[in-house]
Design a protein around this ligand. Structure first.
Ligand SMILES: *Cc1c(COP(=O)(O)O)cnc(C)c1O
Length: 418
């Protein structure tokens, strides 16, 4: 049993817990189809209802009527900075250190480039073997472009601390592992990296919007994160990049597009980076995507962050306890830490028939996802998932296992996106 729930686990108790939940009111602020329990907000967040109306205004009034004037009159121009500051409130960053821009992958390239340039005598990047592949691919691409001589030191989750030694330029670490849900201690790892002279680049893809993060307090150097997971900004929403104020003038990133220029509308011949975080911009932002992201941020920012954290821990703890109580006989192996302080807002189990089981769950209205080779993954977005949802999802899982409903050809054929 996980440490955080010894409450009784019947459905009525779950219904009462929902009724007493300070975040309960948020459930109705999202569009979710009837009969679906959506446990995949860690992959694509659900849609805030308010987005429809805001998009209508954007399309009909701002773009439709005011056209190009809107860059000034509706302040489209400052959207990356304004939205960046709102993301800052979620991740513990004072204003002027985050811009919303581009994708997480592209922001990783910018941040890694900066970090390596700031440690010219060091040639090692530390990361995790199991890190999300794009992080590793971006590091590999940058190393190739820098002409070799760099080492990407990949280690297991528990070996990260010791792998950050005094030859390391930067540790590029994802706070919450996308597969297992294991969470690193941001403050401790950052302090250790600084002790040996290394820089710390955090990937917050599975953190931002799910629980409070304290970038400034931890002394982080760089961070990136995702707009379409727990931030619910919409499919392909802009990502974000954080550069601590003290580093912003140290380097100008290599994607030197005009939006990162000191005076873009001077149309000068030579690149001159903007002061501050704006130099981490590249080209023109998608205002459609920025707008939807901002609606969602405003919604999340109206929630109490400590309540978000408490509920994330309670939901994941309840799910672990229920699966272990109800589905013990069916061979699920928990790969997420039992200690709530050591996990993000997801729970994963390994199971040899994981793919077919997840397909069967989806067919029965419980949407999670599958990650190769054998992991079924469930994300618990605290704003729109309730305790009763957790209870019902486990009952459906139990049914699928007990009746072997997964054991069908249609559930074993792999789709392109899992
Ligand atoms: C989801 C995720 C990404 C996504 O990168 P994109 O450029 O938005 O496709 C990057 N890193 C991690 C750790 C992720 O979980």
């Amino acid at each position: 049993m996980s440490e955080n729930t010894n409450l009784s686990m019947d459905r009525e108790t779950c219904v009462s817990r929902d009724a007493a939940d300070p975040l309960n009111g948020f459930l109705h602020k999202f569009d979710l189809p009837e009969g679906v329990i959506y446990l995949d907000g860690n992959s694509l967040g659900a849609k805030p209802r308010a987005i429809n109306h805001r998009m209508q205004t954007l399309l009909n009034e701002e773009w439709g009527k005011d056209l190009i004037k809107s860059w000034n009159t509706h302040d489209w121009y400052n959207a990356p900075r304004r939205i960046g500051d709102k993301i800052g409130q979620l991740v513990g960053a004072a204003s002027g250190q985050i811009v919303a821009a581009d994708s997480t992958s592209i922001n990783l390239f910018k941040a890694l480039s900066a970090a390596l340039a700031m440690r010219p005598d060091r040639k090692v990047i530390v990361s995790e073997k199991g890190n999300f592949p794009t992080d590793l691919y971006v590091a590999q691409g940058l190393m190739a472009q820098l002409g070799g001589g760099y080492e990407l030191r990949l280690v297991d989750h528990d070996a990260v601390y010791d792998a950050i030694t005094d030859d390391v330029a930067v540790a590029m670490i994802t706070q919450v592992d996308y597969r297992s849900g294991s969470k690193h201690d941001m403050a401790a790892l950052t302090a250790h990296a600084h002790d040996v002279g290394a820089l710390m680049l955090w990937d917050l893809a599975h953190s931002a919007g799910a629980f409070p993060v304290e970038l400034d307090a931890a002394g982080a150097d760089f961070a990136v994160g995702c707009g379409y997971k727990y931030i619910n900004g919409g499919p392909g929403a802009p990502a974000f990049i954080y550069v601590a104020s003290r580093h912003q003038q140290a380097f100008s990133q290599p994607l030197s597009g005009w939006m990162g220029h000191a005076v873009p509308f001077a149309f000068g011949t030579d690149y001159q980076p903007a002061e501050g975080i704006s130099r981490y911009l590249c080209g023109t932002p998608s205002i459609l995507a920025m707008t939807s992201l901002e609606v969602s941020l405003d919604l999340i920012l109206s929630a109490d962050m400590e309540a978000l954290l408490a509920k994330s821990r309670a939901l994941t703890g309840l799910f672990i306890d229920l699966v272990e109580a109800r589905c013990q006989a069916f061979g699920f192996e928990l790969i997420t830490p039992r200690d709530p302080a050591k996990r993000g807002s997801q729970v994963s189990f390994a199971h040899p028939e994981g793919y077919a089981i997840m397909q069967a769950l989806i067919a029965h209205g419980v949407i999670g996802d599958f990650r190769a080779p054998d992991v079924v993954r469930f994300g618990f977005a605290p704003l729109y998932i309730g305790f009763t949802d957790v209870y019902d999802a486990v009952e459906i899982l139990h049914d699928i296992m007990a009746k072997r409903l997964w054991d069908k050809e249609e559930f074993k054929t792999r789709n392109a996106v899992t």
